[in-house]
Design a binder for this molecule. Structure first.
Ligand SMILES: [Zn+2]
Length: 440
């Protein structure tokens, strides 16, 4: 049994057709989703990229692996293997097309990389084709060396949103620089990231254009995935390959004034698409509403491949019982969670506690956007997290804070390690101040 694990950076669930989006951003993923199980409440607990990948490849939370920042100096706690390493030791050919490097790379026997955006060009960013080209070559090789585990990491929905033609005009036909537009004024008025946005959004006055470019970058990535799926067909791999497609985190467009990146513990950033296709399309088309963490993916994959002993020590649970239509789980019986602990320690330093109904976000230090220190959102009535109820519902804040703190205390006791949000201060926000404070 093979594994093909595809991560699309910054991909929001609500921008895909198979999650109800009105624009045709994802025809290939939509078709794929008909044969896959679709999770509607999949949460990436530790964002952004490096903490997220460490979490879903280790099956552990930040109290165990200690990674909460992007670009921090801390390495994962020793003795925590990542999934590719575990599979390599079980005889799998492990390969990746990725550019995170760091501690993600060593577990792969073959690690193909590609350049990041170089900040020098606002021309089309054709990263997806580079990933695909390398992916197809590796897939051809891997198919000869079964069983294999192949990880592909696409970056295009990440800013800068610079999709190539014809995608660039797919969802926007107007004049984004017309003086009649004023919707980008708040973005240009904000001191933060002015330099960065100037590099690729120079002259843009209509924010709908930027959102359309994000969607177009998804459509471009989807077209790239179409080629990967076609190669799976040609190599007759669908029947003995477990295929996962998900994001490491989502993206903020203009919902909370944290534009075109993934700052903040809002659902735009932490609720991600997750499609899991079992060989033979078993349980295909099912939708799973339970609250689950991306940490659960490592034990799910290992158990499916027949290595339950390798899940020992993981702080996550296999999702397989949710995939079995015969299991008839009653609420509270399955692996779905009552709450998930969230962290961001890169552009903001915050903890979150997310239940199916509520989101509590608490700051450890002021953030650059001037958000309140405590935010409370009722997700059932306010899924867009627009109305902060922290003042109005202090009893809910107190209740959720108690549950969250009990969880933190228990995890600190279990691991005997420090609280990484307290311990670690180094992150992009501290060592790239010139980058974030472009206009000051
Ligand atoms: Zn990422």
């Amino acid at each position: 049994m093979n594994v093909l694990w595809i991560v699309i950076d910054c991909l929001r669930a609500d921008r895909l057709g198979c999650y109800g989006y009105h624009r045709p951003t994802s025809p290939h993923l939509d078709r794929f989703s008909q044969d896959a199980v679709r999770f509607t409440q999949a949460i990436s607990p530790h964002i952004p990229t490096e903490p997220a990948h460490t979490t879903f490849f280790s099956g552990r939370d930040c109290f165990s692996h200690q990674i909460v920042t992007q670009g921090g100096s801390r390495e994962p706690e020793p003795g925590i293997p990542l999934l590719p390493e575990l599979l390599r030791d079980r005889g799998y050919f492990t390969a990746a097309v990725d550019n995170i490097g760091r501690w993600i790379a060593p577990g792969f026997e073959q690690y193909e990389t590609y350049p990041r955006w170089d900040h020098r060009s606002a021309g089309p960013w054709r990263n997806g084709e580079e990933v695909t080209q390398k992916a197809l070559a590796v897939l051809d090789e891997a198919a000869l060396r079964r069983p294999f585990s192949l990880f592909l990491h696409y970056w295009n929905p990440h800013s800068p949103y610079l999709p190539p033609a014809p995608f660039d005009r797919m969802f926007y036909q107007g004049d984004e620089q017309s003086p009649r537009h004023r919707s980008m004024d708040p973005v240009w008025d904000s001191p933060w990231f002015f330099n960065y946005f100037s590099e690729w959004l120079s002259g843009v006055r209509d924010i709908e254009f930027v959102k359309a470019q994000y969607d177009a970058a998804i459509a471009y990535t989807d077209a790239c995935l179409g080629r990967v799926f076609q190669r799976l067909d040609e190599l007759h791999l669908w029947d003995d390959t477990l295929v996962l497609v998900h994001a490491d985190h989502g993206e903020e467009l203009d919902e909370h004034g944290c534009w075109f990146d993934h700052h903040g513990l809002y659902d735009t950033n932490v609720r991600v698409p997750l499609l899991l296709r079992l060989p033979g399309a078993k349980a295909g088309g099912r939708s799973i509403p339970e609250l689950i963490s991306l940490a659960d993916l490592a034990p799910t994959v290992l158990e499916y491949l027949g290595f339950p002993e390798l899940t020992r020590g993981m702080d996550a649970v296999s999702l397989l019982p949710l995939l079995d239509p015969r299991s008839n789980l009653r609420p509270g019986e399955g692996p779905g969670r009552e709450a998930i602990y969230l962290t961001e320690c890169t552009w903001m330093r915050k903890r979150g506690w997310r239940t199916p109904d509520w989101k509590l976000i608490a700051a450890l230090e002021p953030d650059i956007y001037g958000k309140p220190p405590v935010e409370l959102f009722h997700l059932r009535t306010d899924p867009g997290e627009q109305v902060n109820l922290a003042q109005e519902r202090p009893e809910v804040v107190a209740h959720l804070t108690r549950s969250r703190d009990r969880h933190i205390s228990r995890r600190l006791r279990d691991t005997g390690l420090p609280d990484p949000l307290i311990e670690q201060a180094d992150a992009l926000r501290t060592w790239q101040p010139r980058f974030i404070a472009g206009k000051l």
